[in-house]
Design a protein around this ligand. Structure first.
Ligand code: GH3
Ligand code: MG
Ligand code: MG
Ligand code: MG
Length: 442
């Protein structure tokens, strides 16, 4: 694998969310508008909102450790107007979005001459949706690194300042080779703006090289140029750029383009998740398990390392559904999936194999170790109290193990299934290891 290829973070594991401030402050003298925005943000994004009606109140809310990462503010409150309001928040270094009922051109220009994130018009159709989107975008940007590639120091700092304003962590590179070096070392870079006119390696060549290792679903690339060469945009796009910006660009155009590209990247991630995850439990689905498991199998064959496959099946699950109802059955499946996930080591490959069947592939574990590891899981699952209304239900699982690397993963699955069948037949709620014998012809 090329050294440039990033190690992809596992699904759902990002930098810790709780480490970042997560409150939104709204300064607004209309109680009804503030309540509408605050409810929408709270309900749809699960973020805490602090509503204030004056600068004095806002000052009170912004005590030490206030946890506010974003301000949405009107321009007129009882103790201040436009300039005082902007000075108040910008002076405290808080990312600020202005939400106001009306702007004349001059006011709007005056506001945009200050480093505010955006100007939003109040009381227009769709504006609440836009604000919710904006808050979510700015909240998420904080976990994304952006790379600015430009040989001009001044152009680089303008773009960097904008990206920082929108919450991204920014990394700068003054040339193509520097950019490739940065990408090789930081898999969190998900966005790059690339100037075309650079000495040595030009922007198009750089994009081509980036794409050799970084596909579109990992890195969004926006080409930038001040040139007027009509064919340039097409060449950027054909060589792998997602989008293009002509210099000089307006701040608002820049923000829209960047956000759209990041949104797309996330959308692809979500779609990939839908294709590889089981909807009910969030575990990898059968197909994904077979793909990942197949790879792990090959690695272990090559390395001559031990590998054990475990197949789990919930006991008398039909009876659980019949007694408690299908919804309670679903809750039980989720609880078992959670226990599995919590019990698995980071290197284990797991998946929901079918209805109430799960698989776990245990790298570097031979028979004895795997048996102990799976027996502990069996006990853990038997100890679960799964709430159903006022009551709770419990379930047990039977587990079949195949500790031998047969010709492929499929063969290991057949052997684990045979052991599972024996576990069921001999009383359930137990772990059985497959005998190292030929399978009988079905
Ligand atoms: P055994 O101990 O022999 O495994 O008995 P069992 O009842 O668990 O096995 P059986 O294969 O007869 O029944 C499996 C049941 O799992 C039947 C099916 O309705 C239920 N099931 C499969 N998928 C789901 C699901 O997503 N949600 C719920 N609630 N039930 C499911
Ligand atoms: Mg240049
Ligand atoms: Mg079954
Ligand atoms: Mg079953």
């Amino acid at each position: 694998m090329s050294p440039l290829h990033p190690t992809r973070p596992a699904h759902g594991t990002g930098p810790a969310r709780q480490a970042l401030p997560s409150r939104v402050l709204i300064l607004e003298n209309s109680r009804s508008f503030a309540a509408m925005v605050s409810d929408a943000i709270g309900e749809r994004l699960g973020l805490e909102v602090v509503c204030c009606r004056s600068l004095a109140e806002a000052a009170g809310a912004l005590h030490d450790d206030h946890g506010v990462f974003l301000v949405l503010t009107g321009l007129v409150v009882s103790d201040g107007e436009t300039e005082q309001v902007l000075d108040f928040f910008l002076g405290r270094g808080l990312p600020t979005v202005v939400v106001s009922g009306a702007y004349d051109e001059a006011t709007r220009d005056r506001i945009l001459s200050r480093p505010v994130v955006d100007c939003v018009l109040k009381n227009t159709p769709g504006n609440i949706d836009y604000l919710v989107w904006l808050v979510q975008r700015l909240e998420r940007n904080r976990r994304i690194s952006a790379l600015v590639v430009d040989d001009s120091t001044s152009a680089r700092s303008v773009t960097s300042a904008l990206l920082s304003l929108y919450g991204f962590k920014v990394i700068e590179a003054g040339s193509g080779p520097e950019a490739l070096e940065a990408l090789a070392h930081d898999p969190r870079i998900r966005l790059a703006t690339v100037d075309h006119e650079m000495p040595g390696m030009d922007g198009i060549e750089l994009v081509r090289r980036m794409r050799a290792t970084l596909p579109r679903d990992h890195l969004a690339v926006v080409g930038v140029s001040g040139g007027r060469d009509g064919g340039l945009v097409a060449r950027f796009l054909k060589n792998g750029a997602n989008d293009f910006l002509h210099k000089p660009f307006s701040r608002e155009e820049f923000f829209c383009r960047i956000s759209q590209n990041i949104d797309n990247l996330e959308l692809i991630g979500t779609l990939q998740d839908l294709a590889t995850r089981d909807f009910l439990t969030g575990l990898p689905n059968r197909r994904h398990f077979l793909d990942e498991g197949g790879r792990a199998f090959e690695d272990h064959v090559d390395a001559g390392a031990p590998l054990t496959l475990a197949m789990l099946d919930i006991d008398h699950f039909k009876h659980v559904n019949d007694t408690w109802g299908h919804d309670a059955g679903d809750q039980a499946l989720k609880a078992v999936a959670q226990a599995l996930q919590a019990h698995a080591r980071p290197t284990d490959v797991l998946g929901r194999f079918g209805g109430e069947e799960f698989c776990l592939l245990l790298p570097s574990m031979g028979e004895a170790q795997a048996r102990a590891h799976m027996d502990a899981l069996r006990e853990r699952i038997a100890g679960l109290e799964i709430p159903v209304g006022e009551e709770s239900l419990s379930v047990t699982v039977s587990i079949g193990l195949c500790p031998v690397l047969y010709e492929d993963l499929h063969a290991m699955l057949l052997h684990a299934d045979r052991a599972l069948y024996i576990a069921k037949a001999s009383g359930r709620n137990r772990v059985v290891v497959d005998l190292d014998t030929e399978l009988e012809e079905a």
